[in-house]
Design a binder for this molecule. Structure first.
Ligand SMILES: Cc1cc2nc3c(=O)[nH]c(=O)nc-3n(C[C@H](O)[C@H](O)[C@H](O)COP(=O)(O)OP(=O)(O)OC[C@H]3O[C@@H](n4cnc5c(N)ncnc54)[C@H](O)[C@@H]3O)c2cc1C
Length: 382
C-alpha cells in the first residue's frame, strides 16, 4: 500500500528542523550571504539539536536514521536558506563513503569524530581539469613504506576552509583509469596540504568553496578507506545515491520558499486594480511553480524510500536530483518575475534564492550528468 503519511517521529523531526530554519537560519540568511560569512555557529547548533549527519549509524555515535528522515530535514534547512543547507551538508557527504566503504576501525575513528565531537569534513573529488569526467582525475597517492604520498590538486571543495578532515579520491594505480582509484582520509593541516582562497560564487555565498593542493602530502596507510586499493571509485560514486536525494530535498526546499514568497507578494501587490494573483497569467505561473515543487518532493521521497528499503536507487536519485534542481532554478526565476523590479533587488529574498538555485544544476553531478545516468539505466538491457 502506498502511504504518504509521515510517522510521529518523522513529523517531530521535520517540525524541529522547520523551527530551526525559522529561528536560526532565516533571520541570518541575508547577512551571511551579503558578507560571505560561513555559518559555523549555526551549523554547530544544528548538530547539537540532532539535525545533521542523521545517516551515521548508532554503532558510531550517530542517530542511525534513514534517508527519508534526512530528506525531510534537508528540505526544511534549505527552505531556511540554501547556502546554509549546502554548508551544513558537506560533512554528511564526506561521511557517506566512510559509512559504505571504511573498515570497522576507520568508522569508529572518523565517524565518531563527527557524531560525538562535531568535527566537520569535506568530500574532495573534483579537480581543476576533471569534474563531470571524474575518471580523468590526475591526483596520485603512491605508497612509500607505511605511508601514501599524495600529489595533485582539487577544485570547488565545499567547506574546505573549516573541515577537520577530508575524503580524498586519488589514483593509487595511475595507469588503471577509474579502477586505479582509492579513497583516503587526509587531516586538515597535514604538511604539504594548502587551501586556496574562498571562491566568490554567484550564490550560496555563506558556503565556503576552495581549491586544495597536495604537495607530497603523507598519510598513514591506515587512512586508505577500506584498507585496500581497489574499489575506491565505486565507493565514492555510491555515495551519490545517498547524497543526490538530499540535494533534491535542498532544491525542493528552495523552490517551496520561492513559491511561498511569490504567492504572498502576489496578494499584497496590486496592478490594474486587483492583486497580482487575480491575473490569470500570474496565477497560472504560481500554479506551475507549486505543481513542480510537489513533483520534486515526490521524486525525492521515492528515491529515499527505495534506499531505505534496500532497493537500488541510482536511477530514482538521478531523476529526483535532476528534476528538483531544474525546478528550483525555474521556480526561483519565476518568483523573481512575480516580484517584478523588486525581485531583481537584493532587498527581497527571491534574488538570493535564484542565485542560490543555479549551482544545484551543477554540483553533485550536473543536470546533463543526471540525464547520462538515467539514459544508461533505461537502455542497459538493450
Ligand atoms: C559551489 C560548488 C561547490 C562544489 N562542491 C564540491 C565538493 O564539495 N566536492 C567536490 O568534489 N566537488 C564539488 N564541486 C564540483 C562540482 O561537482 C563540479 O563543478 C561539477 O561536477 C561539474 O564539473 P565541472 O565544473 O568540471 O564542469 P565540466 O565537467 O567541465 O562540465 C561543463 C559543462 O559541460 C557539461 N558536460 C560535461 N560533460 C558532458 C557530457 N558528456 N554530456 C553533456 N554535457 C556534459 C556539464 O553538465 C556542464 O554543464 C562544487 C562545485 C561548485 C560550483
Amino acid at each position: 500500500m502506498v502511504n504518504f503519511q509521515l510517522d510521529e517521529m518523522q513529523e517531530m523531526l521535520r517540525e524541529l528542523a522547520h523551527e530551526f530554519a525559522v529561528d536560526e537560519i532565516r533571520p541570518n540568511a541575508e547577512h551571511w550571504d551579503a558578507n560571505s560569512q560561513y555559518p559555523k555557529e549555526a551549523i554547530q547548533a544544528a548538530h547539537e539539536m540532532g539535525l545533521l549527519n542523521l545517516h551515521i549509524p548508532e554503532d558510531y555515535g550517530g542517530p542511525g536514521l534513514g534517508l527519508m528522515e534526512e530528506v525531510l530535514v534537508n528540505e526544511e534547512l534549505a527552505w531556511g536558506d540554501p547556502g546554509f543547507a549546502t554548508a551544513a551538508y558537506a560533512t554528511s557527504l564526506a561521511c557517506a563513503p566512510i559509512i559504505t566503504g571504511a573498515t570497522e576501525e576507520q568508522k569508529q575513528k572518523w565517524l565518531r569524530k563527527v557524531s560525538e565531537d562535531g568535527a566537520l569534513a569535506s568530500y574532495c573529488v573534483t579537480e581543476p581539469g576533471a569534474g563531470s569526467d571524474l575518471a580523468a582525475c590526475k591526483t596520485t597517492a603512491i605508497r612509500d613504506g607505511d605511508e601514501y604520498v599524495i600529489n595533485g590538486s582539487k577544485m570547488f571543495i565545499t567547506g574546505a576552509g573549516y573541515a577537520d578532515f577530508f575524503f580524498v579520491l586519488a589514483k593509487t594505480d595511475p595507469d588503471a583509469g577509474y579502477k586505479g582509484m582509492s579513497g583516503f582520509i587526509v587531516e586538515a593541516g597535514t604538511d604539504g596540504f594548502t587551501l586556496g582562497k574562498k571562491e566568490t560564487n554567484m550564490g550560496q555565498r555563506c558556503s565556503d568553496t576552495r581549491a586544495i593542493t597536495f604537495d607530497n602530502v603523507r598519510v598513514p596507510v591506515e587512512n586508505l578507506i577500506g584498507g585496500s586499493e581497489s574499489g575506491g571509485w565505486l565507493n565514492a560514486m555510491n555515495a551519490f545515491d545517498m547524497s543526490r536525494p538530499n540535494i533534491a530535498a535542498h532544491a525542493t526546499g528552495l523552490a517551496r520558499a520561492a513559491y511561498e514568497h511569490a504567492l504572498q507578494y502576489s496578494n499584497e501587490r496590486h496592478s490594474f486594480g486587483k492583486p497580482l494573483h487575480k491575473h490569470q497569467a500570474i496565477q497560472f505561473m504560481l500554479v506551475d511553480m507549486k505543481t513542480k515543487t510537489e513533483a520534486s518532493r515526490l521524486l525525492t521521497w521515492k528515491s529515499a524510500f527505495e534506499a531505505d528499503n534496500g532497493i537500488r536507487n541510482t536511477e530514482s536519485a538521478a531523476h529526483a536530483k535532476r528534476f528538483s534542481a531544474d525546478t528550483a532554478m525555474e521556480v526561483s526565476t519565476d518568483a523573481v518575475q512575480v516580484f517584478g523590479g523588486y525581485g531583481y533587488s537584493e532587498e527581497y529574498p527571491v534574488a538570493r534564492l535564484m542565485r542560490g538555485a543555479k549551482v544545484m544544476q551543477i554540483y553533485e553531478g550536473s543536470s546533463q550528468v543526471q540525464r547520462m545516468i538515467i539514459g544508461r539505466e533505461i537502455t542497459k538491457d538493450f
